[in-house]
Design a protein around this ligand. Structure first.
Ligand code: FAD
Length: 445
């Protein structure tokens, strides 16, 4: 069996699927699902296999439906800025098709060349532009999906507003393939961003970063399109692995990549520089490097996006995707950083994230299976009382289901179960993702 149908980026061990199908259209997907219903077979849905929660990893005997051949951009409405696309198109394909028609698809993330828009919708992906454009949920106008009994629901709206009862797209966005297989989508395109102004700043205290972000938001408004923070430890490791010299001393405790875009044909340089000069004077940042060429800008981003190199270098790794209010983040990192250093002293523990979207990533490694569990326990338990989430953007998948109850109330989990029961009573689609089929099957910690 080709390994690309077995493993995503989560490290979750795969079973042996009974069959792998690569359909080319919705009717073929529906026919496979109907046959699975007759033969009582379970299905694993696969997009680009870049997921970090194990949702696309097949179980023993599963029928795999892999969407990679459903990769056609069917139509771009260049007047209204709407795209109709098959779910297996990669994010990069969609970005390029939008650009060819003078528009922009705003979702962006490091795995853009491999992840698919269907997978992005199923996980409600976030990425590096959420601060300005929101998550995938905000970019999807309509969805076509195949239900667990093979019924095709086509809800490919092109309208921004449609207040006529339940909105089917929200059953499929962020539900990780448990309620239906997304086969086509209508996507909302945006006008291209104006000229980008990019800066790399450093700070000695994390507590200064929320103030910096607040100041930039108020001053730059919607021009602010990225605010990516990294610990000095992450930068020190990522720099040699990515071959990029850090724009500021890696030994500084905190680094932030900031980007702003001007109106079309206008640069935001002046506003960004003035805002950063004020932040420096207020003592919120210690140092600041501005990207003066496209090559500089790309080098800043290469350093920020060298997560695959870091994950590979520290393998086996725990890669967590926590979220919490800004005010909690500094204290949380102190508490968890200290506990991890004690529990896993031989591993590196690196923090980075998208502060504007309340998202904190933690990479710990190398850690063995016991160590992985210890990292989860420490990091998730410390979320208690902080109004946070165990997953801000990667999803629950197979990996995080024991911790779902730390983020969602019993009422919320019961509602999810009822929806699953109503739409897939035989638990055929992506079984054992988000929660176990059996009500008593959740591992409580
Ligand atoms: P897969 O991994 O194939 O599947 C993910 C889940 O979606 C599974 O449960 C699968 O069953 C389901 N699924 C896939 N396709 C469909 C479909 N058509 N219909 C129904 N269910 C489906 N994520 C972020 O949100 N933000 C980031 O910044 C980010 N950066 C990343 C950087 C790197 C280097 C890597 C490796 C991953 C990153 N991710 C990020 C995680 C990952 O890329 C996203 O979760 C992505 O949305 C997954 O898409 P995929 O097509 O690879 O889905």
């Amino acid at each position: 069996m080709d390994a690309r149908f077995l493993n995503d980026w989560s490290g979750v061990a795969a079973g042996t699927p009974s069959e792998v199908h690569r359909p080319t259209n919705t009717d073929e997907v529906a026919a496979i699902v109907r046959r699975c219903q007759v033969q009582n077979q379970r299905i694993t849905v696969q997009g680009g296999m870049t997921g970090l929660a194990g949702g696309a990893v097949p179980g023993d005997g599963d029928v795999v439906i892999n969407l990679e051949r459903m990769n056609r951009v069917e139509e771009v409405d260049a007047l209204e800025g709407v795209m109709l696309v098959q779910a297996g198109a990669t994010l990069q394909q969609v970005q390029e098709a939008a650009a060819q028609h003078g528009w922009m698809f705003p979702l962006d993330l490091g795995a853009r060349g491999s992840c698919q828009v269907g997978g992005n919708a199923a996980t409600n992906a976030g990425g590096i532009r959420v601060i300005r454009y929101g998550t995938m949920r905000d970019a999807v106008l309509g969805v076509e999906a195949v239900l667990a009994d093979g019924t095709v629901v086509s809800s490919l709206s092109r309208l921004v507003k449609n207040s006529t009862g339940f909105d089917p797209r929200f059953l499929f966005i962020g539900t990780e393939g448990t309620l239906g297989i997304i086969t086509r989508l209508t996507l909302r395109l945006q006008p291209p961003m104006g000229e980008l102004s990019t800066a790399w700043v450093t700070a000695s205290r994390f507590e200064a970063l929320p103030e910096l972000l607040r100041g930039l938001k108020l001053r730059l408004g919607p021009s602010l399109c990225a605010f990516e923070f990294m610990s000095g430890a992450f930068v020190s490791l990522a720099a040699p692995l990515s071959g990029q010299e850090p724009p500021a001393a890696a030994s500084m405790p905190w680094h932030v990549l900031i980007e702003a875009s001007g109106a079309p044909n206008r640069s935001a340089d002046e506003e960004l520089h003035a805002a950063l000069a004020d932040a420096m004077e207020a003592g919120h940042i210690d140092d600041c490097a501005l990207a003066s060429t496209i090559a500089h800008r790309q080098a800043f981003w290469r350093l920020r996006e060298s997560i695959p190199e870091v994950l590979t270098h520290l393998k086996p790794t725990a890669a967590l995707d926590i979220g919490m209010p800004w005010t909690q983040t500094a204290d949380y990192m102190k508490e968890v950083g200290a506990a991890l250093a004690l529990a896993q002293p031989d591993a590196q523990h690196l923090f980075l994230g998208h502060l504007g979207d309340h998202n904190l990533h933690l990479i710990s490694g190398p850690v063995d299976a016991q160590g992985l569990h210890a990292v989860d326990e420490i990091a998730y338990r410390a979320l208690r009382g902080r109004h946070g989430t165990i997953s801000a953007e990667h999803g629950v998948g197979r990996l995080k289901k024991p911790y779902l109850h730390m983020t969602r109330s019993p009422g919320e989990i019961e509602l999810m179960r009822r929806l699953k029961q109503a739409m897939d009573p035989a638990q055929r689609l992506n079984p054992g993702r988000i929660f176990d089929d059996d009500k008593n099957g959740d591992t409580r910690c």
